[in-house]
Write a protein of this length. Structure first.
Length: 238
């Protein structure tokens, strides 16, 4: 009698073991890198609406787009200021050499297009104070001082899309649930110059959604185990 019970229970135990093994394997293979993309807008002084470009006295902001995959949970954004087509920074500032005194604010609006499914909103604003004086070329300058406290973003992105950067071998970097911190850096600019606004993504991590093909294989394996259980039960009754 006992050997019959064992014969019926054994496949069920194997089934549970198979699921546990699969779950453990998935946990070990989860991607910890995240593909992040988006764009920025900005505007000067209180009550403004962020746009692609805005000017305060002789200081002009131009927006940007960015995209990239983190490495060890980090992605730096900055460099290559190009007011006509900024890319992979948070925009750029151009300061004229015309004499002016600066005392105002700047609002940066960052909109994330990836990952999708960001909790709350995929758009955040960062405010800076703008101070400084310009007398001529190489005389004076402007400081744009942001609150540098990193903001935490959490997400649940079920849309597994190709990573345009090539991704990380063996990992899915464009779908899963996870989080990342985002901060904006301060900027100092010299009269007559253009400089990019920089930022940093840290602590990025996610739990990967299993690939459809893997789920099909799991379903097929479990179906086979279930069929074996049924066959053993029928044999035990005879």
């Amino acid at each position: 009698m006992l050997h019959r019970i064992f014969a019926m229970v054994k496949p069920a135990v194997l089934s549970v073991a198979a699921i546990a093994f699969f779950t453990l394997a998935q946990s070990e293979a989860r991607a910890d890198e995240v593909f992040i993309a988006g764009f920025t807008n900005g505007c000067f002084n209180a009550g403004c609406t962020p746009t692609a470009t805005d000017t305060f006295l002789g200081l002009t902001y131009n927006n940007s787009t960015f995209q990239g995959t983190t490495a060890n949970g980090t992605r730096s954004l900055g460099g290559n200021p190009n007011p006509a087509a900024n890319f992979n920074n948070l925009g750029s500032f151009t300061l004229s050499a015309v004499p002016n005194d600066y005392n105002g604010t700047f609002t940066l609006q960052v909109t994330f297009t990836a990952p999708q499914g960001i909790a709350g909103s995929n758009t955040a604003t960062f405010t800076a104070t703008v101070t400084g004086s310009v007398r001529a070329n190489d005389q004076g300058g402007v400081t744009i001082d942001f609150d540098n406290t990193p903001l935490l973003f959490t997400f649940n992105d079920p849309n597994c899309e190709p990573d345009p950067t090539g991704g990380v071998p063996g990992q899915q970097t464009t779908c899963g649930s996870g989080s990342f911190f985002f901060q904006v850096n301060d900027l100092d600019i010299d009269p007559g110059q253009t400089a990019s606004l920089t930022g940093r993504i840290t602590g990025a991590q996610q739990t990967t959604i299993p690939e459809p093909a893997t789920m099909v294989l799991l379903g097929t394996g479990l179906a086979g185990i279930a069929a074996g259980v049924r066959r053993r039960r029928r044999s035990a009754r005879k």
